[in-house]
Design a binder for this molecule. Structure first.
Ligand SMILES: Nc1nc2c(ncn2[C@@H]2O[C@H](COP(=O)(O)OP(=O)(O)OP(=O)(O)O)[C@@H](O)[C@H]2O)c(=O)[nH]1
Ligand SMILES: [Mg+2]
Length: 364
């Protein structure tokens, strides 16, 4: 699963990539390269389990992030996304848009003024245009195919034509594909085209370090004007978060305290929003060696979840022993959970839930 970061040139994409992945990719004027990295997904439950089990290691779930360079001609000027850049973007499982709100005279802006909401609209517009072009091309091909099609094939072609025309009309009216009501058959058809406005979307506004106090107000406006049920939004200070992420944990905590940042950091929240956007949940494993969170797509069966740990566990799967996180914390050992009847025996078709602690019994 991959989150791909896009945004106008110099909006802070690489800065936020570095913050999320605790990386040190070059932040520079038009550094023309793609950065790949993984972000650890913060999970307080792991910290608690770590305290109970005292294992050798604690392993967070990870999600891959891709930081694209600005589009060749400068995204926001091309009035559509195409070519190699479109191909890269189409591969994304979810898109993270970075919009600039920080003010810094030494960093140029293609529009010569700072307006995050305008830039978000520009990007959404470009994604929409790109999808319209995908649909136009497909419809043109269908029209050609129709002429040479045998009568028996015409029904299917006509049906596809009708669906695509309807999706296109809604898109022209400004309704992203992800917000359209589509049947599962239609969704299956559309998934082949990898349309950009069908992808889960997170929008982050990159605010200046001098506006940390305004973050709640900025987020409220985003919630009002941009967020939908399927578009998640947040405001974070990219530069500050990057600097914090590059410190060792003790210094980071001290620095955060000195800034008066309480509760979950903006960055943690952002990473969790992306996790949700991908529709990922975590199941947990515990033991002497490690406590660990494993990312799975919501709706994954115990059998497939076991396969995430190791293919042998899927191949030789017998059953899963499952206890909820809360019950685990209350009982503190699996033996105690078993004694109290809180360790359930689940078969291969059990749908694993977020926070399930699962021990897989297998035989190969
Ligand atoms: N003051 C301030 N500067 C920032 C912030 N975020 C990014 N910058 C600066 O803006 C410039 C561009 O940041 P990058 O993270 O490289 O932006 P980008 O979107 O990856 O840029 P391209 O890949 O070249 O399109 C750098 O000089 C950053 O230091 C911020 O929150 N505050
Ligand atoms: Mg960059």
């Amino acid at each position: 699963m991959e989150i791909t970061i896009i945004g106008l040139p110099q909006s802070g994409k690489t800065t936020i990539f570095n913050a999320a992945t605790r990386g040190a990719a070059q932040v520079a004027t038009f550094a023309n390269r793609t950065n790949l990295g993984a972000a650890k997904v913060p999970d307080e439950r792991l910290d608690v389990l770590n305290g109970i089990f005292n294992p050798k290691r604690k392993v967070n779930a990870e999600v891959a992030y891709v930081d694209l360079p600005a589009a060749p001609e400068g995204l926001g000027k091309t009035r559509s996304i195409d070519g190699e850049y479109l191909n890269l973007l189409q591969r994304a499982d979810a898109v993270l848009i970075v919009a600039r709100a920080f003010d810094d005279p030494s960093v140029p802006h293609i529009a010569d003024s700072i307006d995050a909401h305008r830039d978000i609209d520009t990007l959404l517009f470009e994604m929409t245009i790109s999808d319209l072009e995908i649909l136009e091309r497909r419809l043109a091909r269908l029209a050609d195919g129709f002429k040479s099609a045998k009568p028996a094939e015409r029904d299917a072609l006509a049906k596809e034509q009708a669906t695509l025309s309807r999706v296109m009309a809604e898109l022209e009216a400004g309704v992203h594909v992800r917000d359209q009501s589509l049947t599962s058959d239609e969704l299956r058809l559309l998934s082949g085209f990898q349309m950009l406005t069908a992808k889960p979307l997170v929008i982050v506004v990159n605010i200046g370090e001098d506006r940390l106090d305004d973050a709640p107000a900025i987020e409220a406006r985003l919630t009002d004007e941009v967020a939908t049920q399927k578009i998640r939004t947040a405001a974070i200070c990219g530069k500050l978060e990057m600097e914090l992420a590059q410190m060792d944990p003790d210094d980071e905590r001290e620095f955060r305290d000195s800034l008066g940042i309480v509760g979950e950091s903006g960055l943690s929240r952002l990473i969790n929003l992306c996790y949700e956007a991908l529709d990922l949940i975590s199941f947990l494993t515990v033991g002497k060696d490690e406590v660990r969170a494993w990312p799975i797509v919501r709706g994954t069966s115990a059998l497939k979840a076991a396969g995430r740990i190791h293919s042998d566990l899927e191949r030789g799967f017998i059953r899963g022993e499952v206890v909820t996180y809360d019950n685990m914390v209350a009982c503190r050992t699996l033996a105690e959970a078993r004694k109290n009847g809180m360790l359930r025996q689940e078969g291969k078709n059990y749908i694993v839930r977020d926070g399930d602690i699962m021990h897989v019994l297998f035989n190969v």
